[in-house]
Design a protein around this ligand. Sequence first.
Ligand code: GDP
Length: 409
Amino acid sequence: MTVQGSSTTPAPVIRKKITGHVGFSNIPNQVRRKSVKNGFQLTAMVVGESGLGKSTLINTLFNSTICVPRVPLHPAEERPTTVAIENIQADIEEKGIRLRLTVVDTPGFGDFVNNSASWDPILQTIEQRFEAYLAQEHSVRRSKIVDTRVHACIYFIQPTGHSLKQIDIEFMRRLHDKVNLIPVIAKADTMTEDEIADAKALITSDLAFHGIRIFQPPIYDDDDAESIAEAEALARAAPFAVVGAARAVRTPDGRAVRGRAYPWGVVEVDNPAHCDFGLLRAMLVRTHMEALRARTADVLYETWRTQRLLAMGVVQDPSVFEETSPVERMREERLMHEARLAKMEAAMKEVFREKIEIQEKKLKQSEVDLYARHKEMKDAMTKQWNQLKEKQRQLESGSPDARKKTFLS
Ligand code: GDP
Protein backbone atom coordinates (compact mmCIF):
# COMPACT_ATOMS: atom_id res chain seq x y z
CA MET A 1 0.00 0.00 0.00
CA THR A 2 1.15 3.52 -0.70
CA VAL A 3 0.04 6.25 1.59
CA GLN A 4 0.31 9.82 0.48
CA GLY A 5 -0.91 12.49 2.87
CA SER A 6 -1.18 16.09 1.86
CA SER A 7 -3.37 19.10 1.50
CA THR A 8 -4.40 19.67 -2.09
CA THR A 9 -0.94 19.31 -3.61
CA PRO A 10 0.46 15.82 -4.17
CA ALA A 11 3.11 14.73 -1.65
CA PRO A 12 5.90 12.12 -2.02
CA VAL A 13 4.70 8.53 -2.10
CA ILE A 14 5.66 5.97 0.55
CA ARG A 15 5.13 2.39 -0.67
CA LYS A 16 3.74 -0.33 1.59
CA LYS A 17 2.05 -3.62 0.69
CA ILE A 18 -1.31 -4.41 2.19
CA THR A 19 -1.84 -7.87 3.66
CA GLY A 20 -5.52 -7.78 4.60
CA HIS A 21 -8.34 -8.67 2.25
CA VAL A 22 -10.37 -5.84 0.72
CA GLY A 23 -12.41 -7.60 -1.93
CA PHE A 24 -11.86 -5.68 -5.18
CA SER A 25 -10.04 -8.64 -6.69
CA ASN A 26 -13.40 -10.47 -6.56
CA ILE A 27 -15.08 -7.88 -8.76
CA PRO A 28 -17.45 -9.43 -11.37
CA ASN A 29 -15.49 -11.07 -14.19
CA GLN A 30 -16.43 -9.07 -17.26
CA VAL A 31 -15.70 -5.78 -15.47
CA ARG A 32 -12.58 -7.18 -13.87
CA ARG A 33 -10.93 -8.28 -17.12
CA LYS A 34 -10.98 -4.69 -18.37
CA SER A 35 -9.41 -3.30 -15.24
CA VAL A 36 -6.93 -6.00 -14.30
CA LYS A 37 -4.30 -4.67 -16.70
CA ASN A 38 -4.39 -1.06 -15.59
CA GLY A 39 -5.60 -1.61 -12.04
CA PHE A 40 -8.62 0.03 -10.48
CA GLN A 41 -8.81 3.61 -9.45
CA LEU A 42 -11.26 5.07 -6.95
CA THR A 43 -11.53 8.49 -5.37
CA ALA A 44 -13.79 8.56 -2.34
CA MET A 45 -14.61 11.58 -0.25
CA VAL A 46 -15.67 11.42 3.39
CA VAL A 47 -17.76 14.19 4.92
CA GLY A 48 -19.24 14.52 8.39
CA GLU A 49 -18.71 16.14 11.76
CA SER A 50 -15.56 15.25 13.72
CA GLY A 51 -15.78 12.17 15.83
CA LEU A 52 -18.45 10.40 13.75
CA GLY A 53 -16.00 7.64 12.87
CA LYS A 54 -14.88 8.66 9.36
CA SER A 55 -11.22 7.70 9.77
CA THR A 56 -12.15 4.45 11.49
CA LEU A 57 -14.61 3.50 8.74
CA ILE A 58 -12.12 4.20 5.92
CA ASN A 59 -9.49 2.12 7.71
CA THR A 60 -12.03 -0.66 8.26
CA LEU A 61 -13.19 -0.53 4.63
CA PHE A 62 -9.67 -0.84 3.24
CA ASN A 63 -8.38 -2.98 6.08
CA SER A 64 -5.43 -0.73 6.74
CA THR A 65 -4.35 2.47 8.47
CA ILE A 66 -5.09 4.89 5.66
CA CYS A 67 -6.47 7.73 7.80
CA VAL A 68 -4.63 8.41 11.04
CA PRO A 69 -7.31 9.37 13.60
CA ARG A 70 -6.93 13.01 14.66
CA VAL A 71 -5.88 13.90 18.20
CA PRO A 72 -8.67 16.02 19.73
CA LEU A 73 -7.69 19.69 20.15
CA HIS A 74 -6.76 20.98 23.61
CA PRO A 75 -9.40 23.50 24.84
CA ALA A 76 -6.73 26.25 24.75
CA GLU A 77 -5.72 25.49 21.14
CA GLU A 78 -6.94 27.75 18.38
CA ARG A 79 -9.74 26.15 16.38
CA PRO A 80 -9.65 26.15 12.57
CA THR A 81 -12.27 28.39 11.01
CA THR A 82 -12.66 26.73 7.63
CA VAL A 83 -13.14 23.24 6.24
CA ALA A 84 -9.84 21.77 5.03
CA ILE A 85 -9.42 19.44 2.06
CA GLU A 86 -6.87 16.66 2.51
CA ASN A 87 -5.93 13.96 0.02
CA ILE A 88 -4.65 10.60 1.16
CA GLN A 89 -3.50 8.25 -1.56
CA ALA A 90 -3.07 4.53 -1.10
CA ASP A 91 -1.96 1.87 -3.59
CA ILE A 92 -3.54 -1.36 -2.45
CA GLU A 93 -2.52 -4.62 -4.09
CA GLU A 94 -4.60 -7.74 -3.80
CA LYS A 95 -3.95 -11.03 -5.66
CA GLY A 96 -1.72 -9.09 -8.07
CA ILE A 97 -4.39 -6.51 -8.89
CA ARG A 98 -3.79 -2.90 -7.98
CA LEU A 99 -6.29 -0.41 -6.58
CA ARG A 100 -5.21 3.20 -6.48
CA LEU A 101 -7.39 4.69 -3.78
CA THR A 102 -7.61 8.38 -3.03
CA VAL A 103 -9.47 9.42 0.09
CA VAL A 104 -10.49 13.07 0.16
CA ASP A 105 -10.97 13.99 3.80
CA THR A 106 -12.79 17.18 4.79
CA PRO A 107 -11.86 17.93 8.43
CA GLY A 108 -13.80 20.72 10.05
CA PHE A 109 -17.11 20.11 8.27
CA GLY A 110 -20.02 20.99 10.56
CA ASP A 111 -17.74 21.80 13.51
CA PHE A 112 -18.22 25.56 13.57
CA VAL A 113 -20.77 27.76 15.36
CA ASN A 114 -21.87 28.98 11.94
CA ASN A 115 -21.71 26.19 9.38
CA SER A 116 -23.34 28.12 6.57
CA ALA A 117 -20.31 27.90 4.27
CA SER A 118 -19.10 24.42 5.28
CA TRP A 119 -19.99 22.96 1.89
CA ASP A 120 -18.27 25.64 -0.24
CA PRO A 121 -14.69 24.23 -0.13
CA ILE A 122 -16.09 20.74 -0.78
CA LEU A 123 -18.13 21.87 -3.78
CA GLN A 124 -15.11 23.81 -5.03
CA THR A 125 -12.80 20.81 -4.87
CA ILE A 126 -15.30 18.64 -6.77
CA GLU A 127 -15.69 21.29 -9.48
CA GLN A 128 -11.92 21.95 -9.65
CA ARG A 129 -11.44 18.26 -10.35
CA PHE A 130 -14.05 18.40 -13.14
CA GLU A 131 -12.28 21.50 -14.46
CA ALA A 132 -8.90 19.69 -14.43
CA TYR A 133 -10.43 16.77 -16.35
CA LEU A 134 -12.00 19.11 -18.92
CA ALA A 135 -8.68 20.88 -19.44
CA GLN A 136 -6.99 17.51 -20.08
CA GLU A 137 -9.74 16.49 -22.51
CA HIS A 138 -8.98 19.61 -24.50
CA SER A 139 -5.23 19.24 -24.33
CA VAL A 140 -3.15 17.62 -27.08
CA ARG A 141 -2.06 14.57 -25.03
CA ARG A 142 -5.51 13.14 -24.38
CA SER A 143 -4.23 9.58 -24.03
CA LYS A 144 -2.53 10.52 -20.74
CA ILE A 145 -5.64 11.82 -18.93
CA VAL A 146 -5.40 11.53 -15.14
CA ASP A 147 -8.83 11.15 -13.57
CA THR A 148 -8.99 12.86 -10.17
CA ARG A 149 -12.78 13.23 -10.19
CA VAL A 150 -14.52 12.20 -6.96
CA HIS A 151 -16.42 8.96 -7.60
CA ALA A 152 -18.24 8.68 -4.28
CA CYS A 153 -18.97 10.85 -1.29
CA ILE A 154 -19.70 8.99 1.95
CA TYR A 155 -21.75 11.37 4.05
CA PHE A 156 -21.90 10.59 7.78
CA ILE A 157 -25.21 11.23 9.56
CA GLN A 158 -25.28 11.43 13.36
CA PRO A 159 -26.94 8.42 15.01
CA THR A 160 -29.60 10.54 16.74
CA GLY A 161 -32.64 8.68 15.42
CA HIS A 162 -34.09 12.07 14.45
CA SER A 163 -34.71 13.58 11.03
CA LEU A 164 -31.83 15.01 9.06
CA LYS A 165 -30.31 18.20 10.40
CA GLN A 166 -30.37 21.40 8.37
CA ILE A 167 -26.66 21.08 7.57
CA ASP A 168 -27.21 17.51 6.23
CA ILE A 169 -29.98 18.72 3.94
CA GLU A 170 -28.11 21.83 2.79
CA PHE A 171 -24.96 19.82 2.03
CA MET A 172 -26.66 17.00 0.16
CA ARG A 173 -28.94 19.38 -1.79
CA ARG A 174 -25.90 21.22 -3.11
CA LEU A 175 -23.81 18.15 -3.86
CA HIS A 176 -26.21 15.49 -5.13
CA ASP A 177 -25.88 16.46 -8.79
CA LYS A 178 -22.08 16.73 -8.60
CA VAL A 179 -21.10 13.51 -6.85
CA ASN A 180 -22.45 10.03 -6.06
CA LEU A 181 -23.83 10.56 -2.57
CA ILE A 182 -23.72 7.61 -0.19
CA PRO A 183 -25.26 8.67 3.13
CA VAL A 184 -24.46 6.43 6.09
CA ILE A 185 -25.76 6.40 9.65
CA ALA A 186 -22.58 6.58 11.72
CA LYS A 187 -21.85 4.49 14.81
CA ALA A 188 -24.93 2.34 14.31
CA ASP A 189 -23.91 0.20 17.29
CA THR A 190 -25.22 3.03 19.50
CA MET A 191 -28.78 2.40 18.29
CA THR A 192 -31.18 -0.51 18.66
CA GLU A 193 -32.46 -2.44 15.66
CA ASP A 194 -35.84 -0.66 15.80
CA GLU A 195 -34.21 2.75 16.15
CA ILE A 196 -32.10 2.05 13.07
CA ALA A 197 -35.16 1.01 11.06
CA ASP A 198 -37.02 4.17 12.15
CA ALA A 199 -34.00 6.39 11.41
CA LYS A 200 -33.67 4.88 7.93
CA ALA A 201 -37.35 5.53 7.20
CA LEU A 202 -37.13 9.12 8.48
CA ILE A 203 -33.98 9.88 6.51
CA THR A 204 -35.37 8.29 3.34
CA SER A 205 -38.52 10.39 3.52
CA ASP A 206 -36.47 13.53 4.27
CA LEU A 207 -34.31 12.87 1.22
CA ALA A 208 -37.38 12.35 -0.97
CA PHE A 209 -39.06 15.49 0.40
CA HIS A 210 -36.04 17.64 -0.41
CA GLY A 211 -35.51 16.02 -3.81
CA ILE A 212 -32.06 14.71 -2.89
CA ARG A 213 -30.81 11.90 -5.14
CA ILE A 214 -28.44 9.46 -3.53
CA PHE A 215 -26.46 6.83 -5.45
CA GLN A 216 -28.78 3.99 -6.52
CA PRO A 217 -27.18 0.81 -7.87
CA PRO A 218 -28.30 0.71 -11.51
CA ILE A 219 -30.19 -2.26 -12.95
CA TYR A 220 -29.61 -2.99 -16.64
CA ASP A 221 -31.79 -5.04 -18.99
CA ASP A 222 -29.13 -7.70 -19.44
CA ASP A 223 -28.33 -8.05 -15.71
CA ASP A 224 -28.56 -11.57 -14.31
CA ALA A 225 -30.88 -12.42 -11.40
CA GLU A 226 -28.02 -12.31 -8.89
CA SER A 227 -26.95 -8.79 -9.90
CA ILE A 228 -30.55 -7.57 -9.80
CA ALA A 229 -31.07 -9.05 -6.31
CA GLU A 230 -27.82 -7.46 -5.15
CA ALA A 231 -28.79 -4.03 -6.49
CA GLU A 232 -32.24 -4.28 -4.92
CA ALA A 233 -30.83 -5.33 -1.54
CA LEU A 234 -28.45 -2.35 -1.59
CA ALA A 235 -31.24 0.07 -2.51
CA ARG A 236 -33.46 -1.32 0.29
CA ALA A 237 -30.70 -1.02 2.90
CA ALA A 238 -29.83 2.64 2.18
CA PRO A 239 -28.86 4.71 4.09
CA PHE A 240 -26.42 2.11 5.41
CA ALA A 241 -26.14 1.83 9.18
CA VAL A 242 -22.41 1.33 9.65
CA VAL A 243 -20.02 0.40 12.41
CA GLY A 244 -16.27 0.86 12.13
CA ALA A 245 -13.55 -0.96 14.04
CA ALA A 246 -10.16 -1.50 12.55
CA ARG A 247 -8.96 -3.74 15.40
CA ALA A 248 -9.71 -7.41 15.93
CA VAL A 249 -11.50 -8.54 19.10
CA ARG A 250 -12.47 -11.99 20.47
CA THR A 251 -16.11 -13.05 20.48
CA PRO A 252 -17.42 -14.99 23.52
CA ASP A 253 -17.17 -18.16 21.35
CA GLY A 254 -13.48 -17.47 20.71
CA ARG A 255 -13.51 -16.13 17.12
CA ALA A 256 -11.20 -13.22 16.22
CA VAL A 257 -13.34 -10.64 14.39
CA ARG A 258 -13.19 -6.98 13.50
CA GLY A 259 -15.63 -5.45 15.92
CA ARG A 260 -16.38 -3.49 19.02
CA ALA A 261 -16.43 -5.33 22.34
CA TYR A 262 -19.01 -4.39 24.94
CA PRO A 263 -19.67 -5.93 28.38
CA TRP A 264 -22.73 -7.65 26.88
CA GLY A 265 -21.10 -8.88 23.67
CA VAL A 266 -19.30 -8.00 20.44
CA VAL A 267 -20.66 -5.99 17.52
CA GLU A 268 -19.05 -7.54 14.44
CA VAL A 269 -18.54 -5.08 11.61
CA ASP A 270 -18.45 -7.77 8.92
CA ASN A 271 -21.56 -9.56 10.20
CA PRO A 272 -24.60 -8.55 8.08
CA ALA A 273 -26.87 -9.34 11.03
CA HIS A 274 -25.12 -6.66 13.09
CA CYS A 275 -24.76 -3.75 10.64
CA ASP A 276 -24.64 -2.73 6.95
CA PHE A 277 -20.87 -2.32 6.80
CA GLY A 278 -20.53 -5.40 4.54
CA LEU A 279 -23.08 -4.00 2.09
CA LEU A 280 -21.27 -0.67 1.89
CA ARG A 281 -17.93 -2.36 1.36
CA ALA A 282 -19.28 -4.72 -1.28
CA MET A 283 -20.91 -1.85 -3.15
CA LEU A 284 -17.83 0.37 -3.05
CA VAL A 285 -15.07 -2.05 -3.87
CA ARG A 286 -16.68 -5.12 -5.41
CA THR A 287 -20.06 -4.89 -7.09
CA HIS A 288 -20.48 -1.19 -7.96
CA MET A 289 -17.05 0.43 -8.21
CA GLU A 290 -17.43 0.60 -11.99
CA ALA A 291 -21.02 1.87 -11.72
CA LEU A 292 -19.83 4.68 -9.44
CA ARG A 293 -17.10 5.60 -11.90
CA ALA A 294 -19.45 5.35 -14.87
CA ARG A 295 -22.14 7.56 -13.31
CA THR A 296 -19.48 10.10 -12.37
CA ALA A 297 -18.15 10.18 -15.93
CA ASP A 298 -21.33 9.80 -17.96
CA VAL A 299 -23.92 11.64 -15.90
CA LEU A 300 -22.44 13.93 -13.24
CA TYR A 301 -19.39 15.13 -15.17
CA GLU A 302 -21.21 15.32 -18.50
CA THR A 303 -24.01 17.42 -16.97
CA TRP A 304 -21.46 19.75 -15.38
CA ARG A 305 -19.44 19.90 -18.62
CA THR A 306 -22.50 20.76 -20.70
CA GLN A 307 -23.46 23.55 -18.29
CA ARG A 308 -19.87 24.80 -18.25
CA LEU A 309 -19.61 24.86 -22.03
CA LEU A 310 -23.06 26.42 -22.39
CA ALA A 311 -21.95 29.20 -20.07
CA MET A 312 -19.07 29.79 -22.50
CA GLY A 313 -21.42 29.90 -25.46
CA VAL A 314 -20.77 26.36 -26.72
CA VAL A 315 -23.98 24.64 -27.82
CA GLN A 316 -23.69 20.87 -27.59
CA ASP A 317 -25.52 18.09 -29.26
CA PRO A 318 -28.55 17.16 -27.08
CA SER A 319 -27.21 13.60 -26.76
CA VAL A 320 -24.67 14.75 -24.19
CA PHE A 321 -23.89 11.29 -22.98
CA GLU A 322 -22.53 10.19 -26.34
CA GLU A 323 -18.91 10.56 -27.30
CA THR A 324 -18.44 14.00 -28.86
CA SER A 325 -17.42 13.95 -32.53
CA PRO A 326 -13.88 15.12 -33.42
CA VAL A 327 -15.29 18.06 -35.42
CA GLU A 328 -17.47 19.13 -32.48
CA ARG A 329 -14.56 18.68 -30.09
CA MET A 330 -12.36 20.89 -32.29
CA ARG A 331 -15.08 23.54 -32.34
CA GLU A 332 -15.27 23.36 -28.52
CA GLU A 333 -11.49 23.59 -28.34
CA ARG A 334 -11.47 26.65 -30.60
CA LEU A 335 -14.22 28.34 -28.56
CA MET A 336 -12.47 27.53 -25.31
CA HIS A 337 -9.23 28.86 -26.75
CA GLU A 338 -10.98 32.05 -27.85
CA ALA A 339 -12.59 32.42 -24.42
CA ARG A 340 -9.19 32.01 -22.78
CA LEU A 341 -7.64 34.59 -25.15
CA ALA A 342 -10.45 37.06 -24.46
CA LYS A 343 -9.92 36.58 -20.72
CA MET A 344 -6.16 37.17 -21.10
CA GLU A 345 -6.75 40.26 -23.24
CA ALA A 346 -9.16 41.71 -20.66
CA ALA A 347 -6.62 41.05 -17.89
CA MET A 348 -3.83 42.70 -19.90
CA LYS A 349 -6.02 45.74 -20.64
CA GLU A 350 -6.76 46.08 -16.95
CA VAL A 351 -3.04 45.98 -16.06
CA PHE A 352 -2.31 48.56 -18.77
CA ARG A 353 -5.09 50.84 -17.51
CA GLU A 354 -3.79 50.59 -13.94
CA LYS A 355 -0.24 51.44 -15.07
CA ILE A 356 -1.42 54.52 -17.01
CA GLU A 357 -3.43 55.66 -14.01
CA ILE A 358 -0.33 55.41 -11.78
CA GLN A 359 1.81 57.37 -14.31
CA GLU A 360 -0.84 60.07 -14.59
CA LYS A 361 -0.97 60.44 -10.83
CA LYS A 362 2.84 60.73 -10.70
CA LEU A 363 2.87 63.39 -13.45
CA LYS A 364 0.20 65.42 -11.68
CA GLN A 365 2.14 65.27 -8.45
CA SER A 366 5.41 66.43 -10.09
CA GLU A 367 3.52 69.30 -11.77
CA VAL A 368 2.28 70.46 -8.37
CA ASP A 369 5.81 70.14 -6.91
CA LEU A 370 7.34 72.08 -9.80
CA TYR A 371 4.82 74.88 -9.45
CA ALA A 372 5.50 75.13 -5.70
CA ARG A 373 9.27 75.28 -6.27
CA HIS A 374 8.87 77.85 -9.01
CA LYS A 375 6.75 80.05 -6.74
CA GLU A 376 9.23 79.71 -3.90
CA MET A 377 12.14 80.77 -6.14
CA LYS A 378 10.14 83.67 -7.63
CA ASP A 379 9.27 84.95 -4.14
CA ALA A 380 12.92 84.70 -3.04
CA MET A 381 14.11 86.58 -6.13
CA THR A 382 11.45 89.28 -5.76
CA LYS A 383 12.54 89.76 -2.16
CA GLN A 384 16.20 90.02 -3.22
CA TRP A 385 15.27 92.44 -6.00
CA ASN A 386 13.41 94.69 -3.57
CA GLN A 387 16.35 94.67 -1.14
CA LEU A 388 18.77 95.73 -3.91
CA LYS A 389 16.41 98.47 -5.06
CA GLU A 390 16.28 99.80 -1.50
CA LYS A 391 20.09 99.80 -1.29
CA GLN A 392 20.35 101.67 -4.59
CA ARG A 393 17.91 104.30 -3.36
CA GLN A 394 19.87 104.76 -0.17
CA LEU A 395 23.16 105.05 -2.11
CA GLU A 396 21.82 107.70 -4.43
CA SER A 397 20.19 109.84 -1.77
CA GLY A 398 22.54 109.65 1.28
CA SER A 399 25.72 111.62 2.42
CA PRO A 400 29.22 110.17 1.46
CA ASP A 401 29.50 108.55 4.96
CA ALA A 402 25.99 107.05 4.78
CA ARG A 403 26.77 105.82 1.22
CA LYS A 404 29.93 104.09 2.49
CA LYS A 405 27.91 102.43 5.31
CA THR A 406 25.21 101.33 2.90
CA PHE A 407 27.79 99.97 0.44
CA LEU A 408 29.50 97.93 3.16
CA SER A 409 26.27 96.57 4.64
P1 GDP B 1 -13.54 11.09 12.74
O1 GDP B 1 -13.17 12.33 13.48
O2 GDP B 1 -14.89 11.23 12.11
O3 GDP B 1 -12.50 10.63 11.76
O4 GDP B 1 -13.73 9.93 13.83
P2 GDP B 1 -12.73 8.76 14.28
O5 GDP B 1 -12.67 7.68 13.27
O6 GDP B 1 -11.44 9.38 14.71
O7 GDP B 1 -13.50 8.18 15.55
C1 GDP B 1 -13.82 8.97 16.69
C2 GDP B 1 -14.12 8.06 17.85
O8 GDP B 1 -15.27 7.25 17.59
C3 GDP B 1 -12.98 7.08 18.17
O9 GDP B 1 -12.92 6.92 19.56
C4 GDP B 1 -13.45 5.77 17.53
O10 GDP B 1 -12.95 4.61 18.19
C5 GDP B 1 -14.96 5.86 17.71
N1 GDP B 1 -15.69 5.15 16.68
C6 GDP B 1 -15.38 5.07 15.37
N2 GDP B 1 -16.29 4.33 14.73
C7 GDP B 1 -17.20 3.94 15.66
C8 GDP B 1 -18.39 3.15 15.59
O11 GDP B 1 -18.81 2.67 14.56
N3 GDP B 1 -19.08 2.99 16.77
C9 GDP B 1 -18.67 3.54 17.94
N4 GDP B 1 -19.39 3.30 19.02
N5 GDP B 1 -17.55 4.27 18.02
C10 GDP B 1 -16.83 4.49 16.90
